[in-house]
Design a protein around this ligand. Structure first.
Ligand SMILES: Nc1ncnc2c1ncn2[C@@H]1O[C@H](COP(=O)(O)OP(=O)(O)OP(=O)(O)O)[C@@H](O)[C@H]1O
Length: 430
Protein backbone atom coordinates (compact mmCIF):
# COMPACT_ATOMS: atom_id res chain seq x y z
CA UNK A 1 0.00 0.00 0.00
CA UNK A 2 1.18 3.57 -0.40
CA UNK A 3 2.92 5.14 2.55
CA UNK A 4 0.22 5.78 5.08
CA UNK A 5 -0.89 9.25 5.97
CA UNK A 6 -0.69 9.97 9.61
CA UNK A 7 -3.38 11.83 11.52
CA UNK A 8 -1.09 14.75 12.01
CA UNK A 9 1.29 15.89 9.34
CA UNK A 10 0.31 13.65 6.48
CA UNK A 11 3.05 11.35 5.31
CA UNK A 12 5.83 12.93 7.34
CA UNK A 13 8.38 10.34 8.32
CA UNK A 14 9.75 10.68 11.81
CA UNK A 15 13.31 11.91 11.86
CA UNK A 16 14.59 8.71 13.40
CA UNK A 17 13.46 6.38 10.61
CA UNK A 18 15.23 6.18 7.33
CA UNK A 19 13.88 5.12 3.99
CA UNK A 20 15.44 2.11 2.34
CA UNK A 21 17.47 2.86 -0.77
CA UNK A 22 16.54 1.08 -3.96
CA UNK A 23 18.69 -1.92 -4.80
CA UNK A 24 19.33 -2.83 -8.43
CA UNK A 25 17.81 -6.05 -9.78
CA UNK A 26 20.27 -8.89 -9.33
CA UNK A 27 21.42 -7.86 -5.83
CA UNK A 28 22.06 -11.04 -3.84
CA UNK A 29 21.15 -11.24 -0.16
CA UNK A 30 22.15 -14.11 2.13
CA UNK A 31 19.85 -15.01 5.03
CA UNK A 32 20.77 -16.27 8.50
CA UNK A 33 20.38 -19.87 7.28
CA UNK A 34 23.03 -19.19 4.58
CA UNK A 35 20.45 -19.33 1.80
CA UNK A 36 21.01 -16.80 -1.01
CA UNK A 37 18.18 -14.83 -2.59
CA UNK A 38 18.21 -12.67 -5.68
CA UNK A 39 16.25 -9.44 -5.99
CA UNK A 40 14.10 -8.55 -8.98
CA UNK A 41 12.14 -5.36 -9.61
CA UNK A 42 10.69 -3.41 -6.70
CA UNK A 43 6.91 -3.96 -6.54
CA UNK A 44 5.76 -2.17 -3.43
CA UNK A 45 6.58 0.65 -1.15
CA UNK A 46 5.67 0.68 2.52
CA UNK A 47 6.06 3.57 4.91
CA UNK A 48 9.76 2.94 5.41
CA UNK A 49 10.78 -0.01 3.30
CA UNK A 50 10.71 -1.42 -0.17
CA UNK A 51 9.37 -4.69 -1.40
CA UNK A 52 11.10 -6.54 -4.23
CA UNK A 53 10.23 -9.54 -6.33
CA UNK A 54 12.71 -12.27 -5.48
CA UNK A 55 13.74 -15.84 -6.04
CA UNK A 56 16.34 -18.29 -4.82
CA UNK A 57 19.70 -17.24 -6.17
CA UNK A 58 20.55 -18.71 -9.58
CA UNK A 59 22.08 -17.63 -12.92
CA UNK A 60 18.68 -16.50 -14.16
CA UNK A 61 17.34 -13.00 -13.60
CA UNK A 62 14.25 -12.70 -11.41
CA UNK A 63 11.22 -12.40 -13.69
CA UNK A 64 7.75 -10.92 -13.21
CA UNK A 65 6.39 -14.29 -12.10
CA UNK A 66 8.74 -14.59 -9.11
CA UNK A 67 7.35 -16.71 -6.24
CA UNK A 68 8.77 -14.65 -3.38
CA UNK A 69 9.07 -11.06 -2.24
CA UNK A 70 11.72 -9.53 -0.02
CA UNK A 71 10.94 -6.63 2.27
CA UNK A 72 13.99 -4.48 3.03
CA UNK A 73 14.34 -1.70 5.59
CA UNK A 74 17.29 0.07 7.22
CA UNK A 75 18.29 -2.16 10.13
CA UNK A 76 17.57 0.40 12.83
CA UNK A 77 13.88 0.69 11.88
CA UNK A 78 11.52 -0.86 14.41
CA UNK A 79 8.47 -1.96 12.42
CA UNK A 80 10.12 -4.57 10.22
CA UNK A 81 11.76 -5.89 13.37
CA UNK A 82 8.35 -6.42 15.02
CA UNK A 83 6.87 -7.78 11.83
CA UNK A 84 9.75 -10.19 11.48
CA UNK A 85 9.14 -11.49 14.99
CA UNK A 86 5.59 -12.33 14.06
CA UNK A 87 6.68 -14.14 10.89
CA UNK A 88 9.45 -16.06 12.64
CA UNK A 89 7.19 -17.18 15.47
CA UNK A 90 3.98 -17.85 13.59
CA UNK A 91 4.47 -18.13 9.82
CA UNK A 92 7.06 -20.84 9.27
CA UNK A 93 5.80 -23.11 6.47
CA UNK A 94 5.79 -26.28 8.62
CA UNK A 95 3.77 -24.56 11.36
CA UNK A 96 1.17 -23.47 8.82
CA UNK A 97 1.12 -26.98 7.34
CA UNK A 98 0.48 -28.55 10.75
CA UNK A 99 -2.37 -26.12 11.36
CA UNK A 100 -3.98 -26.86 8.00
CA UNK A 101 -3.87 -30.57 8.75
CA UNK A 102 -5.22 -30.21 12.27
CA UNK A 103 -8.03 -27.88 11.25
CA UNK A 104 -8.74 -29.75 7.99
CA UNK A 105 -8.35 -26.54 6.03
CA UNK A 106 -7.04 -26.08 2.50
CA UNK A 107 -5.82 -22.57 3.07
CA UNK A 108 -5.01 -20.07 5.76
CA UNK A 109 -4.37 -16.45 4.81
CA UNK A 110 -0.94 -15.88 6.32
CA UNK A 111 1.99 -15.50 3.88
CA UNK A 112 4.72 -18.02 4.60
CA UNK A 113 8.06 -16.90 5.98
CA UNK A 114 11.14 -18.22 4.13
CA UNK A 115 14.08 -16.47 5.75
CA UNK A 116 15.56 -13.22 6.94
CA UNK A 117 18.87 -11.58 7.64
CA UNK A 118 20.98 -8.46 7.55
CA UNK A 119 22.52 -7.12 4.37
CA UNK A 120 25.33 -4.58 4.17
CA UNK A 121 25.80 -2.15 1.35
CA UNK A 122 28.55 0.45 1.61
CA UNK A 123 28.48 1.48 5.24
CA UNK A 124 24.75 0.84 5.62
CA UNK A 125 22.97 -2.19 7.05
CA UNK A 126 19.54 -3.41 6.08
CA UNK A 127 17.15 -5.92 7.57
CA UNK A 128 15.31 -8.12 5.12
CA UNK A 129 12.64 -10.77 5.19
CA UNK A 130 11.54 -13.25 2.52
CA UNK A 131 7.83 -14.16 2.27
CA UNK A 132 5.38 -15.52 -0.31
CA UNK A 133 4.69 -13.25 -3.25
CA UNK A 134 1.04 -12.21 -3.46
CA UNK A 135 -1.20 -10.30 -5.87
CA UNK A 136 -3.72 -7.43 -5.93
CA UNK A 137 -5.03 -5.87 -2.75
CA UNK A 138 -8.72 -5.72 -1.92
CA UNK A 139 -8.80 -1.94 -1.64
CA UNK A 140 -8.17 -1.81 -5.39
CA UNK A 141 -10.91 -4.38 -5.92
CA UNK A 142 -13.25 -2.43 -3.64
CA UNK A 143 -12.71 0.71 -5.69
CA UNK A 144 -13.09 -1.19 -8.97
CA UNK A 145 -16.41 -2.53 -7.69
CA UNK A 146 -17.68 1.00 -7.01
CA UNK A 147 -16.93 0.84 -3.27
CA UNK A 148 -19.40 -1.91 -2.46
CA UNK A 149 -18.86 -5.64 -2.33
CA UNK A 150 -21.69 -8.12 -2.90
CA UNK A 151 -23.08 -9.72 0.27
CA UNK A 152 -21.91 -13.20 -0.66
CA UNK A 153 -18.36 -11.94 -1.13
CA UNK A 154 -18.37 -10.01 2.16
CA UNK A 155 -19.54 -13.06 4.07
CA UNK A 156 -16.96 -15.27 2.38
CA UNK A 157 -14.20 -12.77 3.15
CA UNK A 158 -15.46 -12.74 6.73
CA UNK A 159 -15.22 -16.53 6.85
CA UNK A 160 -11.69 -16.57 5.39
CA UNK A 161 -10.63 -13.91 7.86
CA UNK A 162 -12.08 -15.81 10.81
CA UNK A 163 -9.90 -18.77 9.80
CA UNK A 164 -6.88 -16.51 9.44
CA UNK A 165 -7.46 -14.66 12.68
CA UNK A 166 -8.01 -17.90 14.58
CA UNK A 167 -4.63 -19.11 13.32
CA UNK A 168 -2.88 -15.86 14.27
CA UNK A 169 -4.59 -15.71 17.68
CA UNK A 170 -3.77 -19.33 18.45
CA UNK A 171 -0.15 -18.44 17.78
CA UNK A 172 -0.18 -15.71 20.44
CA UNK A 173 -0.61 -12.71 18.13
CA UNK A 174 -3.28 -10.24 17.12
CA UNK A 175 -3.06 -8.27 13.87
CA UNK A 176 -4.70 -4.96 14.86
CA UNK A 177 -4.85 -3.41 11.37
CA UNK A 178 -7.28 -5.45 9.29
CA UNK A 179 -8.55 -3.55 6.24
CA UNK A 180 -8.96 -4.06 2.52
CA UNK A 181 -5.54 -2.61 1.65
CA UNK A 182 -3.91 -5.20 3.93
CA UNK A 183 -5.76 -8.05 2.25
CA UNK A 184 -4.04 -9.44 -0.81
CA UNK A 185 -5.21 -12.07 -3.24
CA UNK A 186 -2.84 -14.89 -4.00
CA UNK A 187 -0.67 -14.27 -7.07
CA UNK A 188 -1.81 -17.57 -8.58
CA UNK A 189 -5.24 -18.34 -7.12
CA UNK A 190 -7.86 -15.56 -7.30
CA UNK A 191 -9.92 -17.31 -4.62
CA UNK A 192 -7.32 -17.15 -1.88
CA UNK A 193 -6.98 -14.09 0.30
CA UNK A 194 -4.08 -13.25 2.62
CA UNK A 195 -3.67 -10.82 5.49
CA UNK A 196 -0.40 -8.84 5.28
CA UNK A 197 1.41 -6.05 7.13
CA UNK A 198 2.18 -7.32 10.60
CA UNK A 199 3.92 -4.07 11.57
CA UNK A 200 1.32 -3.49 14.28
CA UNK A 201 0.85 -7.15 15.21
CA UNK A 202 0.98 -7.60 18.96
CA UNK A 203 1.92 -10.64 21.00
CA UNK A 204 -1.07 -10.48 23.29
CA UNK A 205 -0.40 -13.81 24.98
CA UNK A 206 3.31 -14.54 25.40
CA UNK A 207 3.62 -18.20 26.35
CA UNK A 208 -0.15 -18.51 26.18
CA UNK A 209 -0.97 -16.02 28.97
CA UNK A 210 -3.16 -13.13 27.74
CA UNK A 211 -2.07 -9.68 28.85
CA UNK A 212 -4.35 -7.72 31.13
CA UNK A 213 -6.40 -4.72 30.05
CA UNK A 214 -4.51 -1.50 30.65
CA UNK A 215 -5.06 1.88 29.05
CA UNK A 216 -1.98 3.82 28.02
CA UNK A 217 -2.73 7.38 26.86
CA UNK A 218 0.37 7.29 24.64
CA UNK A 219 -1.21 4.53 22.57
CA UNK A 220 -4.67 6.08 22.05
CA UNK A 221 -6.11 5.54 18.54
CA UNK A 222 -3.33 3.19 17.33
CA UNK A 223 -4.15 1.48 14.06
CA UNK A 224 -6.04 2.83 11.06
CA UNK A 225 -8.42 5.40 12.49
CA UNK A 226 -11.36 4.39 10.28
CA UNK A 227 -11.45 0.79 11.45
CA UNK A 228 -9.43 0.57 14.63
CA UNK A 229 -11.04 -0.99 17.70
CA UNK A 230 -12.50 0.81 20.67
CA UNK A 231 -9.80 -0.86 22.80
CA UNK A 232 -7.16 0.81 20.63
CA UNK A 233 -8.95 4.18 20.71
CA UNK A 234 -8.78 3.99 24.50
CA UNK A 235 -5.07 3.18 24.44
CA UNK A 236 -5.35 -0.49 25.43
CA UNK A 237 -3.15 -2.98 23.60
CA UNK A 238 -5.13 -4.83 20.95
CA UNK A 239 -6.73 -8.13 21.86
CA UNK A 240 -8.57 -10.87 20.03
CA UNK A 241 -11.90 -9.11 20.41
CA UNK A 242 -10.31 -5.96 18.92
CA UNK A 243 -9.42 -7.85 15.73
CA UNK A 244 -12.98 -9.12 15.46
CA UNK A 245 -14.45 -5.70 16.07
CA UNK A 246 -12.24 -4.28 13.30
CA UNK A 247 -13.42 -7.09 11.03
CA UNK A 248 -17.02 -6.16 11.85
CA UNK A 249 -16.42 -2.52 10.87
CA UNK A 250 -14.71 -3.65 7.65
CA UNK A 251 -17.61 -5.91 6.71
CA UNK A 252 -20.08 -3.08 7.29
CA UNK A 253 -18.03 -0.77 5.07
CA UNK A 254 -17.62 -3.38 2.34
CA UNK A 255 -21.33 -4.07 2.33
CA UNK A 256 -22.88 -0.61 2.56
CA UNK A 257 -20.03 1.45 1.12
CA UNK A 258 -19.14 3.71 4.02
CA UNK A 259 -18.89 3.95 7.76
CA UNK A 260 -20.82 6.77 9.40
CA UNK A 261 -17.67 8.38 10.83
CA UNK A 262 -15.76 8.43 7.53
CA UNK A 263 -16.16 12.17 6.98
CA UNK A 264 -14.55 13.08 10.28
CA UNK A 265 -11.44 10.90 10.37
CA UNK A 266 -9.28 13.86 11.35
CA UNK A 267 -11.10 13.89 14.67
CA UNK A 268 -10.14 10.73 16.55
CA UNK A 269 -12.34 11.53 19.55
CA UNK A 270 -15.35 11.86 17.31
CA UNK A 271 -14.49 8.54 15.64
CA UNK A 272 -13.96 6.86 19.02
CA UNK A 273 -17.26 8.15 20.40
CA UNK A 274 -19.15 7.23 17.24
CA UNK A 275 -17.81 3.69 17.51
CA UNK A 276 -18.71 3.51 21.20
CA UNK A 277 -22.23 4.64 20.36
CA UNK A 278 -22.44 2.16 17.49
CA UNK A 279 -21.84 -0.65 19.97
CA UNK A 280 -24.38 0.66 22.48
CA UNK A 281 -27.13 0.06 19.95
CA UNK A 282 -25.87 -2.13 17.12
CA UNK A 283 -29.31 -2.44 15.55
CA UNK A 284 -29.69 1.33 15.37
CA UNK A 285 -26.12 1.65 14.00
CA UNK A 286 -26.89 -0.80 11.20
CA UNK A 287 -30.20 0.94 10.48
CA UNK A 288 -28.20 4.09 9.81
CA UNK A 289 -25.87 2.21 7.45
CA UNK A 290 -28.42 0.21 5.45
CA UNK A 291 -31.89 0.73 3.99
CA UNK A 292 -34.41 -1.35 6.02
CA UNK A 293 -34.78 -4.10 3.44
CA UNK A 294 -31.00 -4.58 3.25
CA UNK A 295 -30.06 -4.52 6.93
CA UNK A 296 -27.99 -7.69 7.35
CA UNK A 297 -29.19 -9.70 10.31
CA UNK A 298 -25.99 -11.74 10.37
CA UNK A 299 -23.79 -8.66 10.82
CA UNK A 300 -25.90 -7.59 13.75
CA UNK A 301 -25.54 -11.04 15.33
CA UNK A 302 -21.80 -11.07 14.58
CA UNK A 303 -21.27 -7.68 16.18
CA UNK A 304 -23.46 -8.53 19.20
CA UNK A 305 -21.41 -11.67 19.76
CA UNK A 306 -18.13 -9.73 19.57
CA UNK A 307 -19.50 -7.03 21.85
CA UNK A 308 -20.20 -9.63 24.53
CA UNK A 309 -16.53 -10.62 24.71
CA UNK A 310 -14.33 -9.56 27.58
CA UNK A 311 -10.84 -8.31 26.77
CA UNK A 312 -9.09 -11.60 27.50
CA UNK A 313 -11.80 -13.92 26.17
CA UNK A 314 -11.15 -16.51 23.50
CA UNK A 315 -13.60 -15.67 20.72
CA UNK A 316 -16.17 -18.31 19.71
CA UNK A 317 -14.77 -18.65 16.17
CA UNK A 318 -17.06 -21.55 15.32
CA UNK A 319 -20.18 -19.69 16.37
CA UNK A 320 -19.06 -16.59 14.47
CA UNK A 321 -18.48 -18.71 11.37
CA UNK A 322 -21.93 -20.22 11.65
CA UNK A 323 -23.47 -16.74 11.95
CA UNK A 324 -21.84 -15.78 8.64
CA UNK A 325 -22.78 -19.14 7.09
CA UNK A 326 -26.41 -18.49 8.07
CA UNK A 327 -26.13 -15.12 6.36
CA UNK A 328 -25.11 -16.94 3.19
CA UNK A 329 -28.07 -19.30 3.55
CA UNK A 330 -30.43 -16.35 3.96
CA UNK A 331 -29.50 -15.16 0.48
CA UNK A 332 -29.61 -18.70 -0.97
CA UNK A 333 -25.86 -18.74 -1.37
CA UNK A 334 -23.21 -21.05 -0.04
CA UNK A 335 -19.54 -20.81 0.65
CA UNK A 336 -18.31 -22.31 -2.63
CA UNK A 337 -14.80 -20.89 -2.20
CA UNK A 338 -15.18 -18.60 -5.24
CA UNK A 339 -14.47 -14.94 -4.54
CA UNK A 340 -16.52 -13.03 -7.10
CA UNK A 341 -15.69 -9.35 -7.29
CA UNK A 342 -18.72 -8.10 -9.16
CA UNK A 343 -19.93 -4.51 -8.88
CA UNK A 344 -23.12 -4.09 -6.89
CA UNK A 345 -25.84 -2.03 -8.50
CA UNK A 346 -26.20 0.96 -6.25
CA UNK A 347 -29.34 1.05 -4.16
CA UNK A 348 -29.22 4.40 -2.48
CA UNK A 349 -30.11 4.68 1.16
CA UNK A 350 -33.27 6.75 1.45
CA UNK A 351 -32.34 10.03 3.06
CA UNK A 352 -33.50 9.99 6.65
CA UNK A 353 -36.27 12.46 7.44
CA UNK A 354 -34.50 15.34 9.10
CA UNK A 355 -36.57 16.92 11.81
CA UNK A 356 -35.74 20.28 13.33
CA UNK A 357 -34.88 18.55 16.58
CA UNK A 358 -32.44 16.19 14.78
CA UNK A 359 -30.83 19.12 12.97
CA UNK A 360 -30.26 20.88 16.27
CA UNK A 361 -28.86 17.69 17.83
CA UNK A 362 -26.47 17.20 14.90
CA UNK A 363 -25.30 20.75 15.17
CA UNK A 364 -24.62 20.32 18.88
CA UNK A 365 -22.73 17.12 18.18
CA UNK A 366 -20.57 18.89 15.60
CA UNK A 367 -19.72 21.60 18.08
CA UNK A 368 -18.98 18.99 20.71
CA UNK A 369 -16.38 17.22 18.66
CA UNK A 370 -14.57 20.40 17.85
CA UNK A 371 -13.77 21.48 21.33
CA UNK A 372 -13.61 20.52 24.94
CA UNK A 373 -17.33 19.87 25.00
CA UNK A 374 -16.59 16.31 23.88
CA UNK A 375 -17.17 15.52 27.53
CA UNK A 376 -20.88 16.15 27.07
CA UNK A 377 -21.34 13.02 24.99
CA UNK A 378 -23.60 10.36 26.35
CA UNK A 379 -21.45 8.07 28.44
CA UNK A 380 -21.23 4.43 27.50
CA UNK A 381 -23.89 2.27 29.17
CA UNK A 382 -21.39 -0.45 29.78
CA UNK A 383 -18.22 0.26 31.63
CA UNK A 384 -15.05 -1.68 31.27
CA UNK A 385 -13.16 -2.56 34.43
CA UNK A 386 -9.90 -4.31 33.71
CA UNK A 387 -11.29 -5.47 30.41
CA UNK A 388 -14.40 -7.01 31.99
CA UNK A 389 -17.79 -5.66 31.07
CA UNK A 390 -19.96 -4.30 33.84
CA UNK A 391 -23.29 -2.67 33.36
CA UNK A 392 -23.47 0.96 34.37
CA UNK A 393 -25.63 -0.08 37.31
CA UNK A 394 -23.02 -2.40 38.73
CA UNK A 395 -20.01 -0.28 37.89
CA UNK A 396 -18.82 2.23 40.41
CA UNK A 397 -19.59 5.63 38.95
CA UNK A 398 -16.52 7.39 37.68
CA UNK A 399 -16.04 10.66 39.47
CA UNK A 400 -17.19 13.44 37.21
CA UNK A 401 -13.95 15.34 37.47
CA UNK A 402 -11.83 12.32 36.43
CA UNK A 403 -13.69 11.71 33.23
CA UNK A 404 -13.90 15.37 32.39
CA UNK A 405 -10.25 16.10 32.84
CA UNK A 406 -9.23 13.09 30.81
CA UNK A 407 -11.46 14.01 27.90
CA UNK A 408 -10.57 17.66 27.99
CA UNK A 409 -6.93 16.71 27.97
CA UNK A 410 -7.40 14.49 24.97
CA UNK A 411 -9.42 17.05 23.11
CA UNK A 412 -7.08 19.93 23.64
CA UNK A 413 -3.69 18.40 23.11
CA UNK A 414 -2.29 16.21 20.43
CA UNK A 415 -2.70 12.81 21.88
CA UNK A 416 0.68 11.11 22.36
CA UNK A 417 -0.73 8.24 20.35
CA UNK A 418 -1.11 10.63 17.44
CA UNK A 419 2.22 12.28 17.80
CA UNK A 420 4.01 8.98 17.75
CA UNK A 421 4.44 8.33 14.08
CA UNK A 422 4.74 4.66 13.61
CA UNK A 423 4.27 2.87 10.39
CA UNK A 424 0.83 1.66 9.66
CA UNK A 425 -0.90 3.97 12.05
CA UNK A 426 -3.40 6.74 11.76
CA UNK A 427 -4.32 6.39 8.17
CA UNK A 428 -6.76 9.21 8.09
CA UNK A 429 -7.51 10.30 4.62
CA UNK A 430 -7.34 7.44 2.24
N1 LIG B 1 3.69 -10.66 -0.01
C1 LIG B 1 3.44 -9.65 -0.86
N2 LIG B 1 3.42 -9.83 -2.19
C2 LIG B 1 3.16 -8.81 -3.03
N3 LIG B 1 2.91 -7.55 -2.63
C3 LIG B 1 2.93 -7.31 -1.31
C4 LIG B 1 3.20 -8.33 -0.36
N4 LIG B 1 3.16 -7.79 0.89
C5 LIG B 1 2.88 -6.50 0.72
N5 LIG B 1 2.75 -6.19 -0.59
C6 LIG B 1 2.48 -4.87 -1.16
O1 LIG B 1 3.61 -4.05 -0.89
C7 LIG B 1 3.23 -2.77 -0.40
C8 LIG B 1 3.83 -2.50 0.97
O2 LIG B 1 3.48 -3.56 1.84
P1 LIG B 1 3.29 -3.43 3.39
O3 LIG B 1 2.01 -2.71 3.65
O4 LIG B 1 3.42 -4.75 4.04
O5 LIG B 1 4.52 -2.55 3.74
P2 LIG B 1 4.71 -1.63 4.94
O6 LIG B 1 6.09 -1.15 4.92
O7 LIG B 1 4.25 -2.37 6.15
O8 LIG B 1 3.68 -0.51 4.56
P3 LIG B 1 2.99 0.51 5.48
O9 LIG B 1 3.99 1.46 5.93
O10 LIG B 1 2.03 1.09 4.48
O11 LIG B 1 2.33 -0.26 6.56
C9 LIG B 1 1.73 -2.77 -0.46
O12 LIG B 1 1.35 -2.21 -1.69
C10 LIG B 1 1.32 -4.21 -0.45
O13 LIG B 1 0.10 -4.41 -1.13
Amino acid sequence: MPPKAKAVGKGRAPAKRKLAEEFPPGEVLTDTGKKSWKLGAPIGKGGFGLLYLADQNSDKPVGPDAPYVIKVEPSENGPLFSELHFYMRAAKPDLIQIWLKEQKLKHVGVPRYWGSGLHSKGDKRYRFMVIDRLGTDLQKKFEECGKKFPRKLVLQLGLRLLDTLEFIHEHEYVHADIKASNLLLSHKDPNQVYLVDYGLAYRYAPDGVPKEYKEDPKKCHDGTIEFTSIDAHKGASPSRRSDLQILGFCMVQWLCGRLPWEDRLQDPLYVRDSKIRSQEDISDFLSKCFPPQEKPDELQKFMEEVKSLNYEDTPPYKKLRSILQNGLKSIQAKDDGQLEFTPVSRVTTPPAKVTKRKKAADKMEENDAEGSSVKKRKPSKEKEVNGKKESSKAAPRARKGDKKSKLVDMATQTSPGLARQTRGRKKVDS
